[in-house]
Design a protein around this ligand. Structure first.
Ligand code: PMT
Length: 228
């Protein structure tokens, strides 16, 4: 893409994985490292954007030149996204968000019972942050969602992604297959970007940095021309 094609744009990106506490020392989490979201933040910054990075438990170094807002749980991420999205031109939800959290957080460390019984955790639904942003009025804000799917069949993977884009009302949806060694935590990624007509706009494969550039090429091409 052109060198400064995002100059003056406000771009908000979530990255990393949420953690839902069970007790003072334990949480339910996922293997997102933050690499893909941080790569998008860095690339957007390099292309001239003002970047807010909502960072959930990153396992990598924070990028320079971004306004970084630290969060841990899905509810914290939701609050930070709602504030940051207000004046955003682009919102990218690259974070892996827990769909459920423990119904109650124990104030003491959960004890192992005498005997050899198991332990059942009761979980409640977290809000769907992207879907909430999609439902709220957001004129002038381009919403970019991700879909992380383990579906092995490429056609069915796209079907799931199209359904997810519609359900969450994202303008663009980036689908990646994920697995034990794909997507999460890897240095490379393979994605398809789906547009608001459900068509595949582009397919990208390579380092998460190059995938980030390709996603921003699409973003820049669909943003309305800047006011002068
Ligand atoms: O961080 P890395 O190690 O580099 O890995 C990158 C990644 C695989 C995590 C990333 O590329 C990715 O796919 N991020 C989205 C992960 C995810 O939560 O996908 P999902 O299919 O469960 O959710 C779909 C979309 O809804 C996502 O944009 C997600 O941010 C959003 N969501 C999901 C659940 C929820 N409660 N609220 C949300 O907003």
């Amino acid at each position: 893409g052109a060198a400064l094609d995002l100059a003056g744009r406000r771009v908000v990106i979530s990255a990393g994985g949420t953690r839902e506490p069970l007790d003072p020392v334990r949480f339910l989490g996922n293997r997102s490292s933050g690499k893909q979201g941080v790569a998008i933040a860095e690339a957007a910054r390099a292309r001239g954007a003002d970047v807010v990075l909502v960072a959930a438990n990153l396992e990598i170094a924070e990028p320079a030149g971004c306004d970084i807002r630290h969060v841990s749980t899905a509810l914290e991420l939701r609050d930070a996204m709602q504030v940051a999205a207000r004046d955003a031109d682009v919102v990218v939800m690259a974070a892996a968000v827990a769909d459920y959290r423990p119904a109650a957080v124990s104030q003491g460390k959960i004890k192992k019972d005498a005997g050899d019984g198991g332990l059942t955790l009761e979980l409640v639904r977290n809000p769907d942050i992207l879907a909430e942003l999609g439902r709220a009025p957001h004129d002038g804000t381009l919403l970019v969602g991700f879909a992380a799917e383990t579906e092995p069949d490429p056609e069915r993977l796209l079907e799931l992604a199209r359904a997810k884009r519609e359900a969450k009302r994202a303008d663009l949806l980036v689908v990646n297959r994920v697995g034990w060694s794909e997507g999460f935590a890897a240095d490379e990624n393979r994605v398809s970007v789906i547009g608001d007509d459900g068509r595949v706009v582009t397919e990208l494969h390579g380092s998460k940095v190059s995938v980030a550039q390709g996603i921003l090429d699409v973003v820049a091409s669909v943003l309305p021309a800047a006011e002068r």
